[in-house]
Design a protein around this ligand. Structure first.
Ligand code: GLU
Length: 298
């Protein structure tokens, strides 16, 4: 049976999740996120779930996934079975994409990264600034949004690679009230106004992966009945897109808690290639769970 977008039945307990991507080894930043989710669930009589975010089939691999279980187990964390693996739920993301397509909010986007870059460079040569999203990436140009149905069909029939993007303007026109979310995190608290337009026409399905981070995270949080999303501040702004997708798809909204990021000696966010802060490396140096909690100030 085709899997649809099914919000889980409401739970009488708060539900938390840690959602790593198996595209590298976990580091101290992941440990902070996992501990916070686990500890908040424990303190509030809640459930702690694990989700493997492996839609990027080219970058994710079983070795990294096995390391996630090993590292989290070493940290003394226990999670409910079964673990949700995104690669097993492409049908659900597809159903969500179909629903948005039926609402006439989706278009095929044919420009390659290089073509977008060339357009931006040409535009900025005159001293003007191309609009950028909160992560610093240029917003997707208008070109594909204005193509006729016939032209789209021809390009697709010709085998031109394409993603599917959300027509942000049309989507926002469908949402009646101003969007916001409830935040309990480290930077701000209370009702936060959400402005997804700063992201432009976000990707919903990529040419090399049959979904996107925004779409799958929104579908999964609903499918797993997540009531509290606890994650790093680097995803604070992305919440606006998740709120919009929840409204469009009629999905419930969790409470959000964006926590501080663990930074390296250079003051920058840790990356998965940084061996010295990798949990496996710290374990090999003889550190224990207490040491890791202490380093993280927990
Ligand atoms: N998979 C994302 C990451 O590893 C986290 C997504 C989320 O918590 O919403 O950064």
């Amino acid at each position: 049976m085709a899997e649809d977008i099914m919000p889980a039945p409401p739970s009488d307990k708060p539900v938390y999740r840690f959602a790593p991507s198996p595209n590298g080894f976990l580091h101290l930043g992941h440990a902070l996120s996992a501990f916070l989710n686990h500890d908040m669930a424990a303190a509030n009589g809640g459930r702690f779930l694990l989700r493997i975010e492996d839609i990027d089939l080219a970058r994710c691999n079983p070795e990294f996934e096995a390391a996630i279980y090993r590292d989290l187990g070493w940290l003394g964390l226990r999670w409910e079975a079964p673990v949700r693996r995104q690669s097993e739920h492409f049908n659900a993301y597809h159903a969500a994409l179909d629903r948005l397509t039926d609402m006439d909010l989706v278009y095929p986007a044919f420009l390659t990264r290089g073509e977008v870059k060339a357009k931006v460079t040409a535009y900025e040569a005159d001293g003007k600034n191309w609009p950028r999203d909160p992560d610093g990436s240029p917003l997707y140009p208008d070109d594909d949004r204005h193509r006729s149905g016939a032209e789209r069909r021809r390009l697709i029939a010709d085998g031109v690679r394409h993603a599917f993007r959300l027509d942000m303007k049309k989507a926002l026109a469908l949402v009646a009230a101003p969007l916001n979310w409830t935040e309990t995190g480290d930077r701000s608290r209370g009702e936060i106004p959400a402005d997804p337009s700063v992201w432009g026409d976000v990707v919903l399905s990529r040419s090399d992966a049959p979904s996107s981070y925004h779409l799958s995270v929104t579908v999964d949080d609903a499918a797993q009945g997540i009531t509290h999303v606890v994650r790093g501040l680097d995803l604070f702004e992305a919440t606006a897109v998740h709120r919009l997708l929840q409204e469009l798809l009629g999905l419930p909204q969790p409470v959000y808690h964006h926590h501080r990021l663990v930074v390296g000696a250079d003051g920058r966010k840790l990356s998965k290639s940084e061996g010295s802060t990798g949990l496996a490396a710290l374990r090999d140096q003889g550190l224990g769970v207490g040491d890791i909690r202490c380093i993280l100030g927990l």
